[in-house]
Design a protein around this ligand. Structure first.
Ligand code: ZN
Length: 260
């Protein structure tokens, strides 16, 4: 008889990091997701006295941050998280998509892997200037690699790694509609962390979407400044934890305490 997978809470960090995708035979519980991020040192939480704290894309300060790239760069966990998202979609009872778009750039590979698990096509999306996104009208079958144009009857599923305020999600919807306004977008969007505690959200062009993460929680956000942000007030400096031009920021923000 096959034994069901034990809780991740019974595994060491190394066992979690090396967990084969085939062993994960059930949906993970919300409380298991932070264990995965911790195993890869991909979750940051502010502690009193830290020299730096997180600055979000919205320029607000935050006391927590999840760096999914450190988890999803491992093939086994890319596949595990993709399978988790596919199961979540299956539970919804919604139509199977014909194309999956991973929101650029954090969920690009995740979107491709979700498409591969489902045996459908994936769409291409890049970050444009500022906070805009550009989608391509050419999509690629995840299994055969054959490309074709997006059609009016395609059913689009949107995948993200971390939801904060859905600004990127809104931008992604606009980018897809800019390619083909008649395309159908599934009313649920899927991702790993719903750190904005989002439920139904309205995109800038008026579409209502239900944000589904594997875990939903609310991390604090503050206007930067010593009056509004307790971390700024304590002398800690806000920096973007994930910054292509400053890759050292992730190490900096994990610097534990003020040097004395
Ligand atoms: Zn601050």
């Amino acid at each position: 008889m096959k034994h069901p997978m034990p809780s991740l809470s019974e595994m060491t960090a190394k066992q979690i990091r090396e967990l084969p995708a085939k062993k994960v035979d059930r949906p993970l519980l919300p409380e298991e997701i932070p264990l995965v991020y911790n195993a890869f040192d991909a979750g940051w939480k502010y502690e009193s006295g830290m020299l730096y704290h997180a600055k979000l894309k919205s320029d607000l300060c935050s006391d927590g941050f999840y760096f999914s790239g450190l988890v999803l760069c491992h093939d086994n966990w890319l596949e595990i998280m993709a399978q988790q998202i596919v199961w979540q979609h299956e539970q919804s009872g919604l139509l199977k998509p014909t194309v999956v778009y991973g929101i650029a750039t954090g969920a690009t590979e995740l979107g491709k892997m979700v498409a591969q698990v489902m045996g459908v096509a994936y769409g291409h999306m890049i970050k444009g200037h500022g906070k805009t996104f550009v989608a391509s009208d050419t999509i690629t079958d995840a299994i055969t690699g054959i490309t074709r144009h997006l059609r009016f009857d395609d059913i689009v599923m949107i995948v993200e790694d971390v939801f904060t305020r859905f600004t990127a999600g809104s931008g992604a919807v606009n980018a897809i509609y800019a390619v083909l306004p008649s395309v159908v977008i599934l009313p649920e969007v899927y991702g790993i962390y719903n750190r904005g505690n989002l439920g139904w959200v309205k995109t800038t062009n008026g579409l209502w979407l239900h944000v589904k993460g594997l875990i939903r929680q609310k991390l604090n956000e503050y206007e930067p400044g010593s009056v509004t942000c307790p971390m700024c007030e304590a002398g800690s400096i806000p920096i973007k934890p994930k910054d292509k031009e400053h890759p050292e920021n992730w190490e900096l923000i994990n610097t534990r305490f003020f040097a004395i």
